[in-house]
Ligand binder design. Sequence first.
Ligand code: MG
Length: 165
Amino acid sequence: MQNFRIGFGYDLHRLVSGRPLMLGGVHIPSDKGLAGHSDADALLHAVCDALLGAAALRDIGFHFPDTDPQWKGAPSKVFAVKTLELVREKAFEIGNIDATIIAEAPKLNPHFPRMLASLALLFDMNPGDVSLKATTNEGLDATGRGEAIAVHAVALIYRKPKETE
Ligand code: MG
């Protein structure tokens, strides 16, 4: 029997002028981008937290603290690759990832093929095991007013139990 674990991740970053919008390691054309110490890719951050959570490996802030200058302006792809390494060090493989992005604008569906391909590549997964959804907050709260983008993600990881000696 295989050992299955699930994890949940959440992230939110403020939308500001003068920053590129990065989601899933992909640049999305937009007049605003996400503010943060790294490239503020909320999708990659939420997925990394889901994977780390599934493996009981703390969170993204523990492994890549925003007080550490080496992560200033860092592409979050680096966090994704390192997270995959951490998960595999514990002998887990990724089963699937599912994420919901809450954004009033821009419309994300046209960019999903590129974002899905990027996630599959970064986390070394079959494209069919990665899922993205987009929704709005109906004009309510900070995400609804277009002041932020939030992401919820879940991930399933698995490993075969060690052979008994
Ligand atoms: Mg973040």
